[in-house]
Ligand binder design. Structure first.
Ligand code: ZN
Length: 171
């Protein structure tokens, strides 16, 4: 396994739309293992393939509490099929926008179809943090980062802070 570098805003790759996965094979599983390791290393609770520079419709999410065993799930070619009218606000963060957080309102629950790590079709009804996380990560597959929901002024402030953070980390 390997830790892959995570792209940060304003990298233009993050604006691109990811393509569906055609086949779930060992090569893809090896890449997904790397995604998982990179997410844990960061550390984060969700990661989309585009964030490590691969434009494929793959997410990995683990929202298990810190004091419990890891519970990672892979979502390949996910599609949101239903969202609740009820909304929920979470203070969201993103590995591509390190150290920055903002309240984002999204449907409180969602249903999604996807293909799992073994290539099987699955369906999920997500609530709470998982519902937020799936919607946040799904956005990445369509070239959207959570700061795109903020005002232009706030967004450019976040991007400026991220650039500074990345630069200081490199020094
Ligand atoms: Zn993100």
């Amino acid at each position: 396994m390997a830790i892959l570098p995570i792209l940060t805003v304003p990298d233009t790759i993050l604006k691109k739309k990811s393509k569906p996965v055609k086949k779930v094979d060992d090569k893809l599983r090896a890449f997904m293992d790397d995604m998982l390791e990179s997410m844990y290393d960061a550390p984060g609770v969700g990661l989309a393939a585009v964030q490590v520079g691969k434009l494929l419709r793959i997410l990995v999410i683990d929202v298990s509490p810190d004091d419990e065993d890891p519970d990672p799930h892979f979502y390949i070619n996910p599609e949101i099929t239903w969202t609740s009218e009820d909304l929920a606000v979470y203070n969201e963060g993103c590995l591509s926008v390190p150290e920055q957080y903002a309240d984002i309102e999204r449907p409180a629950e969602c249903k999604a179809t996807f293909i799992d790590y073994d290539g099987e079709n699955q369906e999920i009804h997500a609530k709470g943090l998982l519902a937020t996380c799936i919607q946040h990560e799904m956005d990445h597959l369509n070239g959207i980062v959570f700061i795109d929901y903020l005002s232009k002024i706030k967004r450019s402030m976040f991007v400026r802070k991220v650039k500074k953070f990345v630069k200081e980390k490199e020094e």
